[in-house]
Design a protein around this ligand. Structure first.
Ligand code: GDP
Length: 148
């Protein structure tokens, strides 16, 4: 069954011109991109997106990093999208990331770790709605996705 996850390509990976390389890994791993945009997050948006981490010591630094330049936000479609994309991303800390993962290839440190991926179906839905209104989500034949 089709399912969805939300990814961001983080500012350091965009600055390093790794958008194309990362999107190629995503497509080659069987995900379809059903929505995509490039934007700079506002302070309020970054704080809200990472609100779950607001008590963590790195929250301020993370918000500063995530607003430091453009990001790519995209919706990925696949069976088991959330879990399969977490596998493709690799561990949060690139030092622990497996060979063949996006973070192994393109992360520079635990904070600048190239990509975000939703961690549950419920969060995926919330994160997709955070970035994309219903009229920006497309199906395989270019029609709008109605489930979201
Ligand atoms: P993820 O689901 O693998 O992205 O990891 P988390 O949800 O635990 O953390 C969210 C994001 O916060 C990570 O992707 C990193 O960008 C950042 N982060 C996590 N742990 C640390 C840390 O110990 N130090 C710093 N500076 N950033 C961190």
């Amino acid at each position: 069954m089709k399912s969805y996850t939300l990814t961001m390509i983080k500012p350091q990976a965009v600055k390093n011109q790794n958008i194309g390389n990362i999107l190629a890994m995503i497509n080659e791993s069987g995900f379809r991109i059903t929505a995509m945009k490039m934007l700079v997050l506002s302070n309020e948006q970054a704080k809200a997106f990472y609100a779950v981490h607001k008590e963590r010591p790195f929250y301020g630094e993370l918000v500063e990093f995530m607003t430091s330049g453009p990001i790519i936000a995209a919706v990925l479609e696949k069976e088991n999208a959330v879990l399969d994309y977490r596998k493709l991303m690799g561990a949060t800390n690139p030092a622990d990331a497996a060979e063949g993962t996006i973070r192994k290839n393109y992360a520079t440190d635990i904070q600048s770790n190239a990509v975000h991926g939703s961690d549950s179906d419920e969060n995926a839905k919330n994160e997709i709605n955070f970035f994309f209104p219903a009229n920006e989500l497309y199906t395989k034949c270019g029609k709008l996705v109605s489930e979201f």
